[in-house]
Design a protein around this ligand. Structure first.
Ligand SMILES: NC(=O)c1ccc[n+]([C@@H]2O[C@H](COP(=O)([O-])OP(=O)(O)OC[C@H]3O[C@@H](n4cnc5c(N)ncnc54)[C@H](O)[C@@H]3O)[C@@H](O)[C@H]2O)c1
Length: 275
C-alpha cells in the first residue's frame, strides 16, 4: 500500500509502537489522538490532535489515505456514557471516512467482545472466531458493535476491514492469564503490516495473540493475510504461571477481571443448562 495510513489512538500504548514500527518500515503516516503525541515524530509522519467524536475532523484526516488503523478510544471497562462517544459514535466516523476514501479499516477489537466464553478446561477445543459475541462489559459490547459495523460496511459499501481481537498486548505477560492471551509488540506490528499489505481481505476477524501453546483461540481468517505469530508467552511461565486473581468469575471466563468487574449475578452452577 503506497497511500498514507491514518492511525487513530496514536498517542496510546499500542499506537506509539505502531507509529514507530510502521514508519521504520517506510510507510507514510497520518497520526491522530485526543492527547498530544508524546514522542518525537517519526520520519514521514504528521500528527494532528482530534476527538473521534468530531466527524468532520476524521473526514479531513482520512483524505487521500488508503487505510485507517483504528486504535483510538476508551480502552478499558468504563460506564456506558463514557464509552458511547469515542467507541460508538467515533467508530461510525471512522467508517464513514473509510467509505468516502475507499480505504481499508483495521480495527483494534478485543477479546472482551467474547469475554464471557468459558476458558477451555484442560486443553479443550479452542474458540473459533465465528463464535457468538459474549461481551463482558460496555467496552466489550462496543468492540462487538465495531466488528458488526465492519460487517455492515463490507456487505453494503464494499469497505474492506480486518478486526483484530487483541488479547493482551504488553511488553511481557504479567499474569497466568496472559500465558494464553499475550500478543507481543513485534507480532502485533507484523500483523498490522500484513493487514495493510494483503491484496484482498473482505471482512476478516483475526485473534490477536502470539503463538502461545496455552492459547484459547483457534480458527480465524489469518490465512487471508498470510500472518503467523512468531513469539510465545510460554517463555514466561516460570515468572507468571502462579499469578492468578483468586476471583472465581475472573478465572472461569476468558475476559478475566473484566468479567468480574461489577458482576452481580449469582455464580451459575455447572449443571445449569442456561449457564
Ligand atoms: N493493549 C491491549 O492489550 C489491548 C487489548 C485489546 C484491545 N486493545 C485495543 O487496542 C487499542 C489501543 O489500545 P492501547 O492499549 O494502546 O490503549 P490506550 O488507552 O493506551 O490508547 C488509546 C488511545 O485512544 C485515545 N483516545 C481516547 N478517547 C479518544 C477520543 N475521544 N478521541 C481521540 N482519541 C481518543 C487516548 O488518548 C489513547 O491515546 C484500543 O482500541 C484498545 O481497546 C488493546
Amino acid at each position: 500500500m503506497t497511500k498514507p495510513v491514518l492511525l487513530t489512538g496514536a498517542s496510546g500504548a499500542l499506537g506509539r509502537r505502531l507509529a514507530q514500527g510502521l514508519a521504520a518500515g517506510g510507510r507514510r503516516l497520518v497520526l491522530t489522538d485526543i492527547a498530544p503525541f508524546p514522542d518525537p515524530l517519526p520520519e514521514g509522519a504528521r500528527f494532528e490532535r482530534a476527538d473521534l467524536e468530531d466527524g468532520v475532523a476524521l473526514l479531513r484526516l482520512a483524505e487521500g489515505c488508503g487505510a485507517i488503523l483504528h486504535f483510538g478510544g476508551v480502552s478499558v471497562e468504563r460506564p456506558f456514557e463514557e464509552v458511547m462517544g469515542p467507541n460508538i459514535r467515533g467508530l461510525f466516523h471512522v467508517y464513514e471516512a473509510a467509505r468516502r476514501e475507499g480505504a481499508r479499516v483495521v480495527f483494534a477489537s478485543s477479546n472482551h467482545a467474547i469475554g464471557f466464553h468459558e476458558r477451555p478446561a484442560g486443553g479443550g477445543p479452542r474458540l473459533d472466531a465465528r463464535c457468538h459475541f459474549r461481551p463482558d462489559g460496555f467496552y466489550g459490547l462496543a468492540k462487538a458493535y465495531g466488528e458488526l459495523m465492519g460487517r455492515l460496511y463490507w456487505d453494503k459499501h464494499g469497505v474492506e476491514n480486518v478486526n483484530l481481537r487483541i488479547g493482551s498486548s504488553f511488553p511481557e505477560p504479567v499474569d497466568a492469564r496472559m500465558l494464553s492471551t499475550w500478543l507481543s509488540y513485534a507480532d502485533l506490528l507484523r500483523l498490522v503490516a500484513r493487514c495493510l499489505d494483503a491484496p484482498r481481505v473482505g471482512h476478516a476477524v483475526i485473534w490477536g495473540a502470539s503463538a502461545n501453546p496455552a492459547a484459547w483461540w483457534g480458527a480465524d481468517h489469518r490465512d487471508r493475510i498470510g500472518w503467523a505469530p512468531q513469539d510465545t508467552a510460554e517463555a514466561f511461565r516460570d515468572q507468571v504461571g502462579r499469578l492468578t486473581s483468586g476471583n472465581p468469575v475472573a478465572e472461569r471466563y476468558q475476559g478475566g477481571g473484566f468479567c468480574a468487574q461489577g458482576y452481580s449475578r449469582a455464580e451459575p452452577s455447572p449443571r445449569d443448562p442456561f449457564a
